[in-house]
Design a protein around this ligand. Structure first.
Ligand SMILES: C[S@@+](CC[C@H](N)C(=O)[O-])C[C@H]1O[C@@H](n2cnc3c(N)ncnc32)[C@H](O)[C@@H]1O
Length: 368
């Protein structure tokens, strides 16, 4: 694994990067916020929004030209099956998204990052701006991009309440993510104790993106590194990173942050949930003694008995058939087959247990 911070201008530095060399790009470009004057909190103190020099552009044309140039380079350096993520507010995301499509990017999802603790609209003149938009795209419609679907489910605490989640309830991860803005000890401070960077992103957001759309050992590129949040998340998840950032102070402070981060070898990092389980056959499990030829198979409520034959088929209603066909017949559904492992139960120590649990036990015994 390597973690490289390049201190320089994206337009020059990206040109030096080899074509088709990175697996995942996360870009958090200048938003061109166009903030005007000093924002006051309700109690009268000044609020520091994003009025940095790097966020200033003369006109829509110059913002578009800049956006087109860096997006073009990102398209070039991304692997053919890589993923591209970009984040932006209402000020820029429509421009970025339109240019992406002109360049050939294929949009997979747009994701709303719903901020749990947004900056208030101090003047009360419009809605409180409580989200940003992420676009997830590939180089083309046919790209075979990485998506760890079950790992994403595992990370879904947005639509499953804590108690259900603790009891193993998992739901498909949706496109609204509820994550707080970067705060507390995570937020880098300058010598005066003020926030070092006006738009530092929360680590949780990057951990989620990198975990679901890349794998251990992949190379992640962030062309607008800032405080190096992307590199920190990449390192924790066992991915390599290349960061570009124009401001030497951010590079220096970000480097310290990356150095302090460590790889955390977790099932999420390894995407264990998405590993295909080893295929095992019924005859193999009979031979190993997990099931016995001649034993009875039941539906969950104890009804509809079938008998297991030596060759792994079931004898049901006067005929020997594969257990999936028997499952459909026993359930009385229109489909000709159901997954027998979801349907059949066997008696173990006086209790009915799903045959999938017996299979899992057998798999585990093989791993030992
Ligand atoms: C929106 S911030 C990224 C914040 C970052 N995601 C984080 O969590 O800290 C954009 C960053 O891009 C940098 N930047 C702006 N223009 C750049 C350019 N032409 N080349 C390289 N970096 C640039 C700015 O200095 C700023 O730190």
């Amino acid at each position: 694994m390597f973690h490289k911070i390049i201190c320089g201008d994206i337009l020059e530095e990206l040109k030096k990067t080899e074509s088709g060399s990175v697996d995942l790009i996360f870009a958090d470009p200048p938003y061109w916020m166009r903030t005007d004057g000093v924002l006051k909190r309700v109690e009268g103190t000044n609020y520091r929004g994003c009025d940095d020099a790097w966020d200033n552009f003369d006109s829509l044309e110059s913002y578009e030209e800049f956006t087109r140039s860096w997006l073009k380079e990102c398209y070039r350096v991304l692997k053919k099956d890589g993923s591209f993520w970009v984040i932006g507010g209402m000020q820029c995301i429509y421009t970025v998204g339109a240019i992406m499509q002109q360049l050939g990017f294929w949009i997979i999802n747009d994701v709303i990052w719903h901020k749990k603790n947004p900056t208030p609209n101090f003047l009360g003149t419009r809605l409180n701006n409580s989200h940003e938009t992420l676009i997830w795209a590939t180089k083309g419609r046919k790209s075979r991009y990485t998506f760890h679907y079950k790992t994403a489910k595992e990370l879904n605490v947005d639509t499953v309440d804590a108690e259900n989640y603790a009891h193993g309830v998992r739901k498909q991860l949706g496109s609204v993510w509820r994550i707080p803005v970067c705060q507390g000890s995570e937020r880098l401070k300058d010598e005066a104790g003020n926030k070092l960077h006006s738009t530092q992103k929360p680590e949780e957001l990057l951990l989620r993106i990198i975990a679901i759309s890349s794998s251990i050992g992949d190379v992640v590129l962030d062309p607008f590194g800032g405080t190096m949040t992307t590199a920190v998340a990449a390192k924790k998840l066992g991915r390599s990173s290349v960061m570009i950032e124009i401001d030497p102070l951010y590079c220096e402070m970000g480097q310290k942050r990356v150095d302090a981060a460590e790889f955390e070898d977790t099932p999420i990092a390894r995407a264990d949930f998405d590993r295909k389980p080893e295929r095992v056959t019924m005859s193999e499990m009979i031979a190993a003694g997990s099931f016995a030829a001649g034993e009875d198979f039941f539906l969950k409520d104890g009804s509809k008995k079938a008998t297991l034959l030596e060759d792994g088929r079931l004898y049901f209603e006067g005929e020997a058939r594969d257990m999936h066909t028997c499952a459909a017949l026993a359930r009385g559904v229109q489909a000709s087959r159901l997954n027998g492992f979801d349907v059949w139960y066997v008696l173990r120590e006086g209790n009915l247990v799903p045959i999938s649990a017996v299979r899992e036990e057998y798999r585990n015994s093989k791993r030992k």
